[in-house]
Design a protein. Structure first.
Length: 294
């Protein structure tokens, strides 16, 4: 887990069935009603952006297909090499991103980042799709990779540009999600909704913990100290949510099991720095997101 190209799902405020905690009640005051409508619209578009982001980085998405192309090392490859070149499901992510962009309410810089990402990601998708038949049919054996080498520098440049735009887009989504989730947490705490508050608190800091490693070039002592601070909040929040669910006679929230597994893998990774444990940690977090959204 030493690269920003490790895929981690983001969680939206609509998750966890928080009893409409992010929905602003109607007000008789026109200004308050307008502000509430604006907040709801921004939240809806942000959730749509998060979903599109997760589609782009998910199975058969951009990171997977970009990695396969880079690994092919076309510039230095021979016709005996392995070429797993295709566009996967990048088009599905682009379509979802366009649908999200058609909504309104998000900050201007986030919308601008979405526009840039749509443009650069479309170039990557189109070029990979055009190259796919050349590689899958092994036509490169007829021209000794001449076309592949001719287009390689452009393909890599397009991938790098989309990579940078996706990083910018992800960072802005993170910024807006933190702002929104912080407000949600404050509201839940003020209303005394202990179960929902602790579920959200655990997921909020799980996202933060995972993000620390998916954006770091290499783990160091300072990084683990920050992650330990997240763990110190996540674990008591899990316990409090479980206790409150039991007290209310409700089933344990499904994501809590996966969050506990995530913490176990984190502790193993902290001890041995093995990539396997980092991947297990990420997998458990992604399962927690999926369970919370079920």
């Amino acid at each position: 887990m030493t690269s920003s190209k490790t895929a981690a799902l983001l969680i939206g405020v609509a998750s966890l069935c928080l009893s409409g905690c992010d929905k602003i009640a109607a007000s008789s005051d026109k200004n308050q009603s307008s502000a509430a409508a604006g907040t709801a619209a921004a939240s809806t578009q942000l959730d749509a952006y998060i979903s599109a982001h997760n589609r782009l980085i998910g199975t058969f998405g951009f990171y997977e297909k970009a990695a396969k192309y880079r690994e092919a090392d076309v510039a230095h490859a021979s016709t005996d090499g392995q070429f797993l070149v295709d566009a996967g499901w990048i088009d599905k992510g682009i379509d979802e991103l366009k649908q999200a962009r058609a909504l309104a309410g998000a900050p201007a810089d986030l919308n601008a980042a979405a526009d840039a990402l749509i443009a650069s990601m479309t170039k990557v998708q189109k070029h990979l799709a055009e190259l796919a038949p050349y590689y899958t049919s092994k036509a490169y054996m007829d021209d000794n990779l001449a076309r592949g080498r001719k287009e390689d520098a452009q393909m890599l440049a397009e991938i790098d540009a989309a990579d940078a735009d996706l990083k910018r887009f992800s960072d802005l989504i993170d910024r807006e999600s933190v702002k929104r989730d912080t407000a949600v947490l404050e509201k839940l705490k003020a209303e005394g909704k202990v179960l929902d508050y602790n579920r959200r608190l655990a997921m909020f800091h799980a996202n933060a913990l995972i993000s620390r490693f998916t954006t770091a070039k290499a783990p160091d002592a300072a990084l683990f100290q920050r992650a330990d601070a997240d763990l110190a909040i996540i674990e008591p929040a899990i316990a409090a949510a479980r206790a409150e669910a039991s007290k209310a006679g409700e089933k344990e929230p499904p994501e809590l099991h996966f969050l506990s597994s995530m913490l176990g893998s984190y502790r193993s990774f902290k001890k041995d720095h093995r990539p396997f444990n980092a991947e297990m940690m990420l997998g458990s977090y992604n399962h927690a997101v999926e369970a919370a959204n079920w």
